[in-house]
Design a protein around this ligand. Structure first.
Ligand SMILES: Cc1cc2nc3c(=O)[nH]c(=O)nc-3n(C[C@H](O)[C@H](O)[C@H](O)COP(=O)(O)O)c2cc1C
Length: 185
């Protein structure tokens, strides 16, 4: 069983969330994570199709997903949407922004809508809002995993609790995907 993490990151902060989500996926027995970094260039569409679930990730730029992430959304029309390659796959999303709010909910809405257009099954976050900066889901969202990064090295931002939130989402997606696939047989 494989969960793909298809993400963009301009300066490495959202990439830390992607790595954390992958670690969360692999904390579930028998489930592998595979990272697809949009910044690396061409997307391996066949490998995405072979994945059982896809977690989308993007920094929030100008209140939405990055231009590179949006370009991949548009490319998927021909490679995945027309032939319905992602239909009934589990989907989820994470995003990171400079401001605590930063209008990043709109990035997750964009991803969830995109997933719905592909006929995917969106999985949100089932965590109560964190009561402080050290608790998971400190930003307090449900549609996906949110993180906030100061303008400093990705080694320092996002902070541990935000990475734990992304890891939690990765594990949740892996568990739900496994449940769906095993109940189908
Ligand atoms: C072009 C651009 C637009 C941005 N727009 C927003 C924004 O709308 N809201 C916000 O809070 N931060 C915004 N930021 C800050 C980024 O979200 C923040 O620096 C983030 O950590 C970048 O993640 P990355 O290193 O994965 O690219 C913007 C940054 C850039 C470069």
């Amino acid at each position: 069983m494989q969960v793909a993490i298809l993400f963009d990151s301009g300066f490495g902060h959202t990439a830390k969330q992607a790595e954390a989500a992958a670690a969360g996926v692999e904390s579930v027995k028998g489930v592998k994570a595979r990272l697809f970094a949009i910044a690396d260039g061409d997307i391996d569409w066949e490998a995405l199709e072979a994945s059982d679930a896809i977690i989308f990730g993007s920094p929030t730029y100008n209140g939405s997903v990055s231009a590179r992430f949006k370009a991949v959304m548009e490319q998927s029309t021909r490679t995945a949407w027309l032939p319905q390659k992602w239909r009934n796959k589990v989907a989820a999303g994470f995003t990171n922004s400079g401001a605590m709010h930063g209008d990043k909910l709109n990035s997750l809405i964009t991803m969830a809508l995109f997933a719905a257009q592909h006929g995917m099954i969106w999985v949100g976050l089932d965590l109560f809002p964190g009561k402080g900066p050290e608790e998971r889901n400190r930003v307090g969202g449900w549609l996906g995993a949110m993180a906030q990064s100061n303008d400093e090295s990705p080694e320092l931002s996002p902070i541990k609790s935000d990475l734990e939130t992304a890891a939690y989402l990765g594990a949740r997606v892996a568990e739900i995907t496994r449940q769906l696939l095993t109940s189908a047989h």
